[in-house]
Design a protein around this ligand. Sequence first.
Ligand code: NAG
Ligand code: NAG
Length: 364
Amino acid sequence: MKLLTATFAFSLLLCTMQHGIARTISHEQNAKHLNKPVVPALLAFGDSIFDSGNNNQLQTMLRSDFLPYGEDFITHRPTGRFCNGRIPTDFIASKLGIKELLPAYLSTSLSNEDLITGVSFASGGTGFDPITSQLAAAIPMTEQLEMFKKYREKVKSILGERGAKELLAQSAYLIVGGSNDLASLYFSSPLRSSRYDSSSYVDFLLHSASSFIQELIQLGARKIGIVGIPPIGCVPSQRTLQGGFARGCASIQNEVAQIYNSRLTKELEEIKKRHQNTTLVHLDIYAFLFDMIEHPTKYGFEVSYIGCCGTGLLEAAFLCNPMTLTVCTNVSRYIFWDSFHPTEKAYSVLVNYIYKNYFHHLVS
Ligand SMILES: *[C@@H]1O[C@H](CO)[C@@H](O)[C@H](O)[C@H]1NC(C)=O
Ligand SMILES: *[C@@H]1O[C@H](CO)[C@@H](O)[C@H](O)[C@H]1NC(C)=O
């Protein structure tokens, strides 16, 4: 059964589902224990890896504002993060000395201080291909840029034209995308695979990613990190759907992810030639995450082939919900929280790696 089919078959379950209420964290709580900020703000774009609750405001199945999501969060409440706790943008904002949590731009209670220290525009289920966001009813990447334009106006009204320009030029920008395009669209339906071979689809995605980056530069961004595609064939849902009886990694998906990643590096070099004052960094997580999955014990984990929520085989978003019969007893042993998303602990290990290896290029 394909993921999308499963997705719609289970949609009826939604009706009875309770939604948790995201509790806001005070600014004081959010700013404690921080060193002097390295950059004034963090702005994040892309999919569920960076979505801290934007999808809560949408009519989409791809939400996570209900338990057991958030059960290990600071408030032990769901927030719309696709994780048991914090997500990469929270850890990165903290490491940059900005704040402990990166709020969703669409969240209803943002202060001026929240705005000028950065927000996330990311939306679970989205991708660089417009069909991906359409199928997921998520916020398309182009719409995230429109939201960013509105955000700039708000920052101008707080800091003035000059102050805003300076803030936007000094801030760090992070983009994550491509996984849903491959896993949920290209390898799950004929919509694109009937018309594009994998190589030309990769080029199509990169063309879209490249336009996105260049528009962000036009809008004032100067320090941009782009996360490559992970070994998407090894996430529990893809093992279940395409990994055969033994639930091995779906190797074709991993191959295409690697082709994308190597072409992304080249594309960024091309963009840099045209925008010499801009720092562009490919945050390449493929090999590191693959090693974590292959050798979990090396990193303090025990289970990497199933998720913690439910059977761990297929549950994600609304398939992992308050009616899910079992959640694993010790989430610290797991790399994956649901069948698609890492646990807070795995994100923390991953962020330590990218921060140490890439951020000195990005924010120096
Ligand atoms: C790069 O930045 C320097 C110093 O801020 C500026 O003088 C120069 O015009 C910029 N170059 C481009 C291509 O934007
Ligand atoms: C949970 O798993 C972690 C990692 O394997 C281990 O260090 C910890 O002792 C376990 N906790 C319990 C309560 O079993």
